[in-house]
Design a protein around this ligand. Structure first.
Ligand SMILES: [Zn+2]
Length: 169
């Protein structure tokens, strides 16, 4: 997709950028289906994807909400961190919840250093790392915000790798 990736969200122009006035049907990544030309679309430059306006508004709603709840998210991480290194079903659940929470609450940067970074990396260092990432990818199919956060924080390449290893599980 053309456009300046630095700008984050980039609103599409329903009437067509070239002034052609012809809107086309498009594939919406968030809904995982093709919408007709009458549906308003939004280009998300950070993911390089197009989604419908309805999903865009839903994502923005979550985005603003999680920014107000970063502390709550951080507390959730602290509650989980005691379990993430456990080699048990509970440990697996805690790892999935920890990773999901980190991306959902946009706390990945905060976790990249400091005392909790060890717990974050532990989530991917147990034998079930592929299963953990598969669970997170599955959750991202219901939440474009989570997908957005994953792509933004992991980068396109690593995200693709996570997605591809999900298919094989
Ligand atoms: Zn849609």
């Amino acid at each position: 997709m053309a456009g300046n990736r630095q700008h984050g969200f980039m609103r599409g122009n329903a009437s067509g950028r070239n002034g052609s006035g012809v809107a086309k049907a498009f594939y919406c990544t968030a809904c995982d289906k093709t919408h007709s030309a009458t549906v308003e679309k939004v280009g998300i430059s950070e993911t390089g994807e197009i989604i419908c306006n309805k999903q865009y508004l839903k994502m923005m709603d979550i985005k603003f909400d999680v920014q107000n709840k970063k502390v709550a998210g951080y507390k959730q991480l602290l509650n989980l961190k005691g379990s993430v290194m456990s080699d048990s079903v509970e440990g697996f659940k805690a790892r999935v919840a920890f990773v999901k929470c980190a991306f959902e609450h946009d706390l990945v940067k905060e976790l990249s250093s400091g005392s909790n970074s060890r717990h974050f990396s532990s989530c991917f260092e147990m034998n079930d790392a592929d299963k953990v990432t598969a669970e997170v990818i599955r959750a991202s199919r219901d939440s474009y915000w989570l997908r957005y956060s994953l792509i933004k924080n992991l980068g396109q390449q690593l995200f693709k790798y996570w997605e591809e290893s999900t298919i094989t599980h």
